[in-house]
Design a protein around this ligand. Structure first.
Ligand SMILES: NC(=O)c1ccc[n+]([C@@H]2O[C@H](COP(=O)([O-])OP(=O)(O)OC[C@H]3O[C@@H](n4cnc5c(N)ncnc54)[C@H](OP(=O)(O)O)[C@@H]3O)[C@@H](O)[C@H]2O)c1
Length: 243
C-alpha cells in the first residue's frame, strides 16, 4: 500500500503516516512545504519501520501546481490523508483580510483543489481511500474561531459530498473531526487538560476507523457528545455565550 500524506509536517498527519507504516507496512509520500523537516521524517520512517518513504514539495494554496504535482506521482497512491491546516488568529484576521483569506484558502479551497484531482483518479481506477482531517470547530460558528470553523465546516460538507459521489466507485472517504489536540497548531492556546488529546491517540482512532470503514468519526469519541450538546443550544441562548 502506498499513501500520500498532504501536509505531512502536521503532527497529526505524521502520526497517521507512522501508524500506517507500523501496522500496514505502508510506503509513504510525505508532501508539504518545509522540505528539510520532511526529509528528517522520511529518514525516521525508513529507519524505524523499514518502509519506502519520499519527501515531495506541495503547497495547498498553489492551486496551479496541483495537477502537475499529482501527475508526477508514480505509482499513484492507494490512499490520501489530507492533513494540512491553518488555525490563524481569529482576532487579528477579523481586521486583516489577507489573514482571513489564508485561513479559508488553506483549510477549504486548497483541500478542494487537490482532492478534486485525487477524486478523478480514484473514481477512474475504482479504488482508493481519502481520509480528511476536518474539525469539531466546523460544527457550530463561535466568536473565538469562526473563520477557521467556517472553513472546516465547508470542508466537512465537501468531504460528505465526495463520499456520496465516490461510494458507487468503491472509493471510501472518511471525515475525521478531532477535538483539542496538543500540537504546534494549538501551542499557546488555553485548553481544558481533561479534553486535550495527542496526535498518537487521533492516529489510532483514524486507523481503527479506516479498518472498520467508518464514514465520520469524532476523535476522541467523547467529542460526539460534547458537540451534540453544543449543537442543541438554541441560537437565542448561544449568541450570548462567550465561546
Ligand atoms: N491540533 C488540533 O487541536 C486540531 C483539532 C482539530 C482539527 N485539526 C486539524 O488537523 C489537521 C492537522 O493539525 P495539526 O494540529 O497536526 O497541525 P500542525 O502540526 O500545526 O501542522 C499543520 C501543517 O499544515 C501544513 N500547512 C499549512 N499550510 C500549508 C500549505 N499552504 N500547504 C501545505 N501545507 C501546509 C504545515 O506544513 P509545513 O510545516 O510544511 O508548512 C503544517 O506543518 C489540520 O487540518 C487541523 O486543522 C487540528
Amino acid at each position: 500500500m502506498r499513501i500520500l500524506v498532504l501536509g505531512a509536517n502536521s503532527e497529526i498527519g505524521f502520526a497517521i503516516a507512522e501508524t500506517f507504516a507500523h501496522r500496514e507496512n505502508a510506503d509513504l509520500i510525505l508532501a508539504s512545504r518545509e522540505q528539510p523537516a520532511l526529509e528528517r521524517k522520511v529518514e525516521d520512517l525508513t529507519h524505524r519501520h523499514k518502509v519506502r518513504a519520499e519527501a515531495v514539495p506541495f503547497d495547498a494554496t498553489e492551486y496551479g501546481s496541483h495537477a502537475g504535482f499529482y501527475r508526477s506521482l508514480e505509482p499513484k497512491p492507494d490512499g490520501v490523508v489530507l492533513a494540512f491546516g491553518h488555525l490563524g488568529n481569529q482576532i487579528t484576521a477579523q481586521g486583516d483580510f489577507a489573514q482571513a483569506r489564508r485561513i479559508v484558502e488553506t483549510n477549504f479551497l486548497g483541500a478542494v483543489s487537490i482532492l478534486e484531482i485525487v477524486a478523478a483518479d480514484f473514481q477512474a481506477r475504482r479504488e482508493g481511500f481519502i481520509i480528511g482531517l476536518s474539525s469539531v470547530a466546523g460544527e457550530r460558528g463561535r466568536r473565538s474561531n469562526y473563520l477557521y470553523g467556517s472553513a472546516k465546516s465547508g470542508l466537512t460538507t465537501y468531504l460528505g459530498g465526495l463520499r456520496n459521489r465516490l461510494a458507487p466507485s468503491g472509493v471510501h472517504v472518511i471525515t475525521v473531526l478531532p477535538g483539542f489536540v496538543r500540537t504546534k497548531m494549538t501551542a499557546g492556546l488555553t485548553m481544558s487538560p481533561a479534553l486535550v488529546s495527542t496526535p498518537d491517540r487521533i492516529a489510532t482512532d483514524v486507523y481503527k476507523a479506516w479498518r472498520s470503514r467508518r464514514n465520520v468519526i469524532h476523535t476522541p469519541w467523547f467529542w460526539w457528545g460534547i458537540m451534540m450538546v453544543i449543537r442543541s443550544i438554541p441560537e437565542r441562548v448561544f449568541k450570548k455565550l462567550n465561546l
